[in-house]
Design a protein around this ligand. Sequence first.
Ligand SMILES: [Zn+2]
Length: 283
Amino acid sequence: MLVGLKEILKIAEADKNAVGMFNGTGFDSIRAVIEAAEELNRPVIIGHAEVHNVYSDISIVGAAMLAAAKAAKVPVCVHLDHGVTLEMCYRALRIGFTGIMIDASALPYEENLAVTRQVTEAAHAMGADVEAELGKLSTPEAGSTDCGSPTKPEDFYTDPDEAREFCEKTGIDALAVAFGTAHGFYKSQPKLDFSVVRNCAASTGIPLVMHGGSGVSPDGFRQAIAAGIRKINYYSYMSKAGYEAAARCIAAGSTKYLHDVEFAAYQAMKEDAKQAIRMFSGE
Ligand SMILES: [Zn+2]
């Protein structure tokens, strides 16, 4: 069933765990994620990142996500991931997305606040919930590139006092915080500062979001959840699992059909998503 971001995060809060958000870039990944959640009887968030719009336009992939969410046996939120332009945020709202991430974190604080408030007002008027970001992750959402190591990532960590004011003035429903994670593939184990999460959880009182979930250790996830993370964005390793299964299928040379390759990728992504959902559920 299709539910809002706020509602799905309430389930995570009640269970004291985190709900996974997975990007669905096409039919195979959408199906993989929703079936994984159904088999584990867990809620899930399926996301469309604005940066992925060049591969599948939101009018098609978003419609597929909404149809799959409505038919699902478990609560599913359909979420715009890293909405950077107002146009994409409003397109997602018009289509019926139930969660919107407005990512204006590259802008100066006051501008981030103004843009986030504008999107939040529109989203709430249309019955959708909003996630915003304060602080900076060291790499943009891309899903296909290695992340470098910024010289001093801690300079960009979310400030708890600024976070409190930001949440009060914007009225957002969830906040993405920067505490050492990065998008894409890690070259070495990331160093995470869980005190940033604990302090932001205490100062804002709203569910916190961890981006760059791929490659964090199981213990890293456990500590992040204990500190107040309620939504974990996870995509790169699921995509990699699908890619590797597709490569194996092609290398085996037993088929000339693309649908066989896609099916192998779907199965591998589903297994990877199940593993992530179990971990985020504290299993
Ligand atoms: Zn992200």
